[in-house]
Design a protein around this ligand. Sequence first.
Ligand code: IFM
Length: 482
Amino acid sequence: MTVQDAVSVQALAARLGPHFTLGVASAAFQIEGSLAAGGRGPSGWDAFAEKPGSIMHGHSPAIACDHYNRTPEDVELMRALGIDSYRFSLSWPRIQPDGTGAFNGEGLDFYDRLIDQLLAAGISPMATLYHWDTPLPLERRGGWMNRTTAERFAEYCAAAGRRFGDRVAQWVTLNEPVSVTLNGYALGVHAPGRTLLFDALPSVHHQLLGHGLAVQALRAAGVKGAVGVANLHSPVRPATRKFTDRLLARVFDLMMNRIYADPILLGHYPKPPLVARPWFRSLGKIADADLRNIHQPLDFYGLNYYCPVKVATGPGTDHSPVGTTDAMSRLHFHTAAFPEYGTTGFGWPVAPEHLGILLRELKDRYGEALPPLYITESGASFPEPDHVSGPIADAERISYLAAHLGHALAATAPGGIAADVELLGYYVWTLMDNFEWAAGYSQRFGLVHVDFKTLERTPKDSYYWYQALSRARRRGQATEPR
Ligand code: IFM
């Protein structure tokens, strides 16, 4: 760690309240491997990943980080890291292989062990119920395009609540429904690989309904923990002041952010600008009863933030290494670069100040309806070698994390631009390098390097930086006058 990093650690630690949660986040499909072991059923992602050309370099998720077999080692890495909380996801097809009917004892046992190991290590479990691995039999029946998936999801959540509800501190129903709809059903770059464009909108409504039914199912199961959701929010900016750029930016903001947050927090869908209404036709007429189900009181709101998005008129290319699809070229708009910012390995702009601005925007939009908030994901990939013989000097990641956490704290501190937002914690995406969906193993987001040949874990400098932050905070608390 450089002198500068050590200074940033002390400065940041001094600004963390005594109850502020520091955590790391992950997802089952990205780390577990053992896809056919322990009675797990296949998911839509298993099938998608087998299709030639769907995953960069033909990488396979079959082993990933082998976390299923290396859980104690990974929990020990987290204990030594000094985090308060670990956000992981339960794999639906590991718990209920067909997505309906019988539950899989071995799958339930696996998560029992994980949760117990976390608690023994002094780490509080935050469990996400859905991080994109829909059981394949349900995906074959239309997945989230089929309304009954929402009901199946709530049944599985009830079972998870009954089994783990005595020990899980926070429950996240869905992770980033926007990524599922946009990448999976609209553009086809993620599972299930459908290219429905605006006709994918029913998958929004059914996921939201699944969320609302799951919240009720968890509470009916008597879970002790807090219940929330994790939405990806990307502040949207028009490429120019031109009327069409501004109009399309409004439409994109609606598709990216508001169509998920508004029904959950306000109980209604946002109204598209008049000229764009035909694009939203496939959402259909929404029953009031559905909106009531979706609009459940939440204990917290999970915010995943990576970068802002710039929108420009006309079809074009996107800026991720996953590439452009034919579907994108049929749209009336495209995302454009932010030349003023540096970029991550994914080509995403590094714009930490937008996190503060976003927190302000959320409070302006939702006011009292915005629950206390966790940043449930924040992190960056940078090009790093596949094989290492010692810690990686990942200064860019340290400065990314320090800047994002710093901006979030500054914005929510007294006198900050979002001082009225109650910020409860920050989860780094992610503990260790893992299977980054369609980008395979090409994007390394971890605090810990994983050699995907040997599966050896090597903490990076950023791991030691986050560890120092956690320790400095604890030291500060110990000397704080009561
Ligand atoms: O890896 C993903 C994660 O699964 C969901 N949020 C964004 C991350 C980085 O792309």
